[in-house]
Design a protein around this ligand. Sequence first.
Ligand SMILES: Cc1ncc(COP(=O)(O)O)c(C=O)c1O
Length: 491
Amino acid sequence: MPTPTVSAARTARLVGTLAPGRPAYRALADALRLAVADGRIAAGTRLPSERDLTAALDVSRTTVTRAYAVLRESGYLTSRRGSGSVATLPSGARPRGAGSLFPADAGEGIIDLTCAATRAPAGVLEAYERAVQQLPAHLTGAGYLTLGMPELREVIADRYTARGLPTSPDEVLVTSGAVAGIGIVLRALLGHGDRIIVENPTYPNTVDALRRGGARLVPLAMDPDGWDVAESARTVRSAGAAAAVLIPDFHNPTGALMADEDRAVLARALRSAGTVPVVDETIAEVDLDGTGVLPVPFAAHDPRAVSVGSSSKSHWGGLRTGWMRAPRSVLPALVEARVTTDLGAPVLEQLVLLELMRAAPGLTPERRGDLRASREALVAALRARLPELGFRVPRGGLSLWCELPEGLDATTVAIAAEDAGLLVAAGPRFAVVGGLERWVRLPYVLRPDVMVEAVDRLAGALESVRTTGRGTARRTAGRTGERRTGRPLVA
Ligand SMILES: Cc1ncc(COP(=O)(O)O)c(C=O)c1O
């Protein structure tokens, strides 16, 4: 597999202006070390040659040579004759956070922000009641709806059409959620050992599913505010990948939204590389600000795309329903793969989703209002209590992707936060190949007053890490004594 590379231009952008008042090579080494440690340059990526970086940075060749030497000594760079200088993590550094996300059963008094999902919104219970009334008509059949309920496929297709991508029901398959959908893609379309591009950072359960399926992952570097599309196209061209799993709509964890023109550029690169886009649209409906028109679904730029959707964020995770939209010619292969693990989504839940989508295919105004209030409370509390945390407020999605000040390690902070009664997911959990050690994801999915309390606890955790280098080990009501931070966490 070719070694992924980072261009000199992007490396120069990541380095930025070299801090004055110290030797330039030191400042450069520090900037590069930070970029490798927090995953902006993924471990395993080949850095530009000294000559190219010298030119891109407009510094002396000696500055770059000495900076690379410092990185080599500290374990952040390995140089091999013929294969250039490859970014590495020093031995002892965590390769990546502890695996998938599935929910810890937080005890009483503990605030759990490891899950970027909310309780069921108003209207779900009533939708179940109406669905139960319709159930008798379905009890006369066998109940195996491997493609999905025809009326639901139609409503889903109509939603795509309304979003700017004309779709007919026979391009839609109802699934048991987006994670199930990714699993179907893996089994139907990908072979063991295939190269698959994934954004870095990304949703961890996808990384784990792909890895377990034998994929060789190629990280696509993302900035905190989104995609460097020229660099992404470069990665696509050099990766020789069978597929690229992308989250262009309110990406988890950054919340970034890919612009239409960037979708077009990336789609072109994917098409000419023969790489199939697999588009995870789980969060696409969580548009909180609703200002301006949303970009069209990625598949509008590439008819080969397989889109994976879900009702988990637009409606409720407990429905365990979702869908896939794929070219008609691909659908039979998806159905064949689907029936090897799951013979269809439950009839009652499909009826419920049908009810909910007929009433509001995306977020209801009430749900949007609740999420905005929680986001506002989180943002205000962070600005007041932790102004040193860096974050952008995305137009949609469910989380803030927060950068800790230099010198603080996210996993240490997460452990200290747990001691203070707050569970958060540290950056390394979202990393494909290590790094992201200065990032934490803060979902705004709980009541505003709880978000404020969460920030209070986080501030306490940061304080204790700064003063003692670790958590306070304060016992909190509901603690079972078992540490949860390192355990796999869902959403
Ligand atoms: C990007 C992404 N994909 C998939 C999922 C899980 O989706 P589902 O509940 O439909 O399986 C999540 C949940 O957070 C997610 O953020």
